[in-house]
Design a protein around this ligand. Structure first.
Ligand code: HEM
Ligand SMILES: [Cu+2]
Length: 656
């Protein structure tokens, strides 16, 4: 390491820490940001999970007394909101951040400081949402009481309670008079901004920063799915942003967009919400699809079957996903023609989804399957996602949907997709790429224990919900009477939920132990196909010692293997030497490498949103507007500081 000092300006010094907590606060390295995204998302996963466990305690038997109606509303709202916006989306961002640049052979994302900004906005948005537990109030609706006759909100009930869909006008100022839904609307707005920023960043990165030779159709499927998700975010988030502004205006400034008593339109909210909300579910599932498209070939020891079809199916799912939103509104009074059209459109999504599933099965067909933990989670993903997909098709049949909607059948469906799909995919990815973070392996023994507990628990939890729903157990209900005979299966469901919790505990123990004491992984522990495995583990600060050049899809595999006449892979004689050579280049870069300098400003700009958020909620209090002004000034001055920052300060150069 040597450094040359030649700052252009000295007014705005850039921080230089490369270790200690300040280095995390100021980092612009995509890997560190990815790790921070991952840990914070996991933290929220625990919170969302605890909320689910409380819900399931309440519903374990008839006439539960753990929660009152208001608290139940608050718990399921925060549970859903947390899982979607504070866990699955950010954990997706963690993978995109850490893996995507490595998989395209880049040193960082296109705009490293913007990347840090998006992370800090997410953190402060999450803090803002959760602070409603401390500051939120739920007053009685105009002319009524809190649900269930409660008169005052308890601590558990003092948070956002309008469902993650925040249906209007229920979640508007007329029926939700406290502040909790202000926290909801503004918190989601802040979180949406974070995702929008990273979407732009990832699109720019994928289009501009690929290694030489990495044509679009040589990109790993995971990178493709990152791209599709980024476009989905780019097109869907502005819609929810507008809708949330309308809610905030209704609540803060007295507009009447959604107040049906004075000419507002409740269905308009549903259109805007689901026009975002449906693409959102693909935002949640496509990263997992990308992950298993990487792991299935590696552990089947075969190339991905029908790579272009998988890629185009992913893009088609993204595209079609914008045309089906009103299938969430079959029971909301849209015309029969609209119902028929949206029902049909919804069924078409089964086609590209089916293509993907057949291609994954084709990949495994006649493969030499290795049942490692990431493979088990990938297989779990495929199996459970198929079940969730099939029950999804049943919703696209309008009369069936009328029967199922707002029952536990729906709850079963979307948890099969989101838990069985998204979360199993995410765990497949965590086990698969853990060596890239740490240079060690997660324990296979604990991993398999984790998998089986989670797989069994998941089916115990969400399987019986199908028949509970068909028997008429309604969704969003805080209790059910004895004579309905829902008790037995609900007890099974609750036992399942706690089994899942146990499995997560096993995972955490595994993670903490393996990080320090796990078996060292070497460079290419899975004998993988893609170029992120052509550099040492853990990933060096500079990613690639030498800018990679790619000659084929699955370039790394082709450097290690030839095919014989029968099309079977034959390991090249020089494969070990190739690996050693890449390892050496990765550890000892032959020429100096320039890395972007850290910055204080993303953190400061992100923090500004906390002040802005509270300023808006409390703008009628004496200190509200000054706080809002402070937030805006902090944001603007951070932006100015950011733009005047010297490009690099004492830039670090890495020499051989
Ligand atoms: C241990 C695992 C889980 C359990 C036991 C569980 C349980 C529940 C329960 C009981 C509800 C309330 C249903 C209702 O009253 O309408 C619910 C709602 C919901 N859950 Fe989960 N859940 C789990 C994991 C997840 C995950 C991983 C996600 C997403 C990635 C998720 C997303 C949602 C959503 C979006 C709602 C709807 C909330 C709303 O209507 O506002 N859940 N869950
Ligand atoms: Cu949908």
């Amino acid at each position: 390491m040597a450094s040359t000092a030649a700052p252009a300006s000295t007014i705005f010094r850039r921080p230089k820490q490369t270790s200690g907590w300040m280095s995390w606060l100021t980092t612009v390295d995509h890997k560190k940001i990815g790790i921070m995204y991952g840990y914070s998302a996991f933290f929220f996963f625990i919170l969302g999970g605890l909320e689910a466990l409380i819900l399931r305690l309440q519903l374990a038997g008839p006439n539960g007394t753990v929660l009152d109606a208001n608290e139940y509303n608050a718990m399921f709202t925060m549970h859903g909101t947390t899982m979607i916006f504070l866990f699955v989306m950010p954990v997706g961002a963690a993978f995109f951040n850490y893996m995507m640049p490595l998989m395209i052979g880049a040193r960082d994302v296109a705009f490293p400081r913007l990347n840090a900004l998006s992370f800090w906005i997410f953190i402060f948005g999450g803090i803002f949402l959760y602070s409603s537990f401390l500051f939120g109030t739920t007053g009685p609706p105009a002319g009524g009481n809190l649900p269930g006759g409660a008169t005052d909100a308890s601590w558990l009930g003092s948070t956002i309670n309008g469902g993650w869909f925040m249906y209007q006008p229920n979640a508007g100022p007329r029926f939700s008079t406290g502040t909790v839904l202000d926290f909801g609307a503004i918190g989601l707005q802040i979180l949406g901004l974070a995702s929008l920023i990273s979407a732009v960043n990832f699109i720019a990165t994928i289009f501009n920063m690929r290694a030489k030779g990495m044509k679009l159709l040589r990109m790993p499927v995971f990178v493709w799915m990152t791209l599709v998700v980024a476009f989905l975010l780019l097109f869907s988030l502005p819609i929810i942003a507008v809708a949330l502004f309308m809610v905030t205006f209704d609540r803060q400034l007295g507009t009447l967009f959604f107040d049906t008593f004075q000419g507002g339109d409740a269905i308009l909210w549903q259109h805007l919400f689901w026009l975002f909300g449906h693409p959102e579910v693909y935002i949640l599932i496509l990263p997992a699809m990308g992950i298993v498209s990487e792991t299935l070939p590696v552990f089947s020891r075969k190339p991905l079957f029908g790579y272009p079809a998988v890629v185009f199916a992913g893009a088609a799912i993204g595209f079609l996903g914008f045309g089906v939103w009103a299938h969430h509104m079959f029971a909301s009074g849209i015309t029969p023609v609209a119902q028929a059209a949206f029902g049909l459109a919804t069924m078409t999504i089964a086609v590209p989804t089916g293509i993907k599933i057949f291609n994954w099965m084709g990949t495994m067909w006649m493969g030499k399957i290795k049942f490692t933990t990431p493979m088990l989670f990938s297989l779990g993903f495929v199996a459970l996602f198929v079940i969730g997909g099939l029950s999804g098709v049943t919703h696209s049949i309008v009369p069936a949907d009328w029967q199922q909607t707002d029952t536990y059948y729906i709850v079963a469906h979307f948890h099969y997709v989101l838990f069985g799909g998204a979360i199993f995919g995410i765990f497949a990815g965590l086990y698969y790429w853990f060596p890239k973070l740490t240079g060690r392996m997660l324990s296979e023994k604990l991993g398999k224990l984790h998998f089986w507990l989670m797989f069994i628990g998941m089916n115990l939890t969400f399987g019986p919900m199908h028949w509970l729903g068909l028997q008429g157990m309604v969704r969003r209900t805080w209790k059910y009477p004895e004579e309905y005979n829902f008790g037995t299966w609900n007890m099974v469901v609750t036992v399942g939920a706690y089994t899942i919790a146990l499995s997560i505990l096993v995972f955490m123990i595994n993670w903490v132990r393996s990080k320090r004491k796990g078996v060292e992984s070497g460079m290419d522990p899975w004998d993988a196909r893609t170029i992120e495995w052509s550099i040492p583990n853990p990933t060096p600060e500079w990613n690639f010692g030498v800018n990679p050049e790619v000659q084929a899809l699955d370039d790394w595999w082709h450097r290690k293997y030839d095919e014989n006449e029968e099309g079977r892979p034959v390991r090249k004689a020089e494969a070990d030497a190739t690996i050693a050579q890449f390892h050496d280049q990765g550890v000892n870069p032959p020429s100096p490498i320039h890395l972007p300098s850290p910055s204080y400003f993303p953190f400061l700009a992100g923090a500004a949103f906390l002040a802005i958020g509270y300023g808006v909620v409390y703008h009628t209090r004496g200190w509200g507007l000054p706080l809002l002004a402070f937030g805006v000034i902090l944001l603007l001055s951070s932006m100015i500081g950011w733009s005047l920052e010297p490009l690099e300060e004492d830039h670090e150069e890495v020499h051989a």
